[in-house]
Design a protein around this ligand. Structure first.
Ligand code: SF4
Ligand code: MG
Length: 318
């Protein structure tokens, strides 16, 4: 069974909470089946909004999200379940906030199976749940326990189990390991990688943590003020960032070369992050860019392929 995973998105999403923030603006990219696409950026850059828009937790104001031939943005509520919820799942930063404290692990995992009418009997569903628990490294006997009885790392395994239970094709992980201790982070990242291999999963891995994203991703997109600045295969992006914003982000991270870590010259950006409610015109990065030219304040650079496989939005590459 062949499935195409395309998400060419062109959106200007209005974040509802504040009413007028262009949290994600004209972002366009494609995710390939079985790959991990990392999305990095500072907090407030729109990466979480993008993730939620993809699974329609937020309604995009405009644009298209194609998933296996369906435009997700045009799906009616009743079709959302079969097409979307079964195939795209999300893992959140704080499993605590997304796990009902009054429900046992068994009923937390039973619910999606019931809602989507998967498997016929309670027995079959219990078997499936036990299998998923084992797959994420939890002992099936914990099925009667409540969320507070688990450690942070275990709760994230539960979050992953809940995402996996419907056998999705795509998992969007939003800061999925950011709240965990470093040693636990590594375990969860390894688990995600094992699961990807086992189930041929596609990941969109959203994080502010450049090292974790580097570890897990095949390609990486860099967001700033709701826009994609650069999107490249991981090696090129980390070894030779093209966009000035990517360069400044990565300047804080040591480069690993044969023979050890080399520290790049730290690029300190001038000024503060502008308010997403009132982003600068032209290139959104022009107020802080060390290379800003006169045209940068008035003309918005087009996000385009400047080197095979590498997309950048910057006038330096025109
Ligand atoms: Fe800097 Fe201009 Fe490129 Fe924007 S378009 S990143 S301001 S050089
Ligand atoms: Mg991978």
């Amino acid at each position: 069974q062949k499935l195409k995973m395309h998400f060419p998105i062109k959106t200007g999403i209005l974040q509802r909470t504040t009413g007028s923030v262009k949290a994600v603006d004209d972002v366009s990219f494609t995710v390939k089946k079985g790959e991990t696409l990392g999305i990095v950026g500072e907090s407030g850059c729109g990466k979480s909004t993008l993730g939620r828009a993809l699974i329609r937790l937020y309604e995009p104001t405009d644009g298209k999200i194609l998933f296996g031939g369906n435009d997700v943005t045009k799906l009616k509520e009743r079709d959302l379940g079969p097409v979307l919820r079964r195939n795209m799942q999300m893992v959140f930063q704080d499993p605590n906030a997304s796990l009902n404290p009054r429900k046992s692990l068994g009923s937390i995992l039973m619910e999606p199976l019931r809602v989507h009418g998967i498997l016929n009997s309670r027995e079959e569903r219990m078997d499936h749940i036990a299998e998923i628990l084992q797959t994420v490294g939890l002992h099936p006997t914990v099925i009667n326990n409540y969320p507070h009885e688990f450690s942070g790392g275990q709760r994230q395994r539960i979050g992953i189990a809940r995402a996996l239970i419907l056998n999705p094709e795509l998992i969007i992980a939003d800061e999925a390991v950011s709240a965990l201790d470093v040693s636990i982070q590594a375990q969860i990242v390894n688990l995600l990688e094992d699961l990807q291999e086992k189930f041929n999963l596609t990941y969109i891995f959203i994080s502010h943590d450049l090292s974790v994203v580097r570890h897990i991703s095949d390609r990486v997109g860099v967001m700033y003020l709701g826009k994609l600045m650069e999107l490249s295969d991981k090696e090129s992006l980390y070894d030779e960032p093209l966009h000035p914003y990517t360069q400044s982000l990565l300047s804080a991270v040591p480069v690993i070369r044969k023979g050890g870590a080399v520290k790049r010259d730290r690029i300190i950006l001038k000024g503060d992050l502008p308010s997403p409610a009132n982003p600068p015109g032209g290139c959104v990065f022009h107020t802080r860019c060390p290379y800003a030219m006169p045209q940068c304040g008035s003309e918005e650079p087009v996000f385009r392929e400047v080197v095979p496989g590498r997309h950048v939005a910057c006038h330096l590459f025109n």
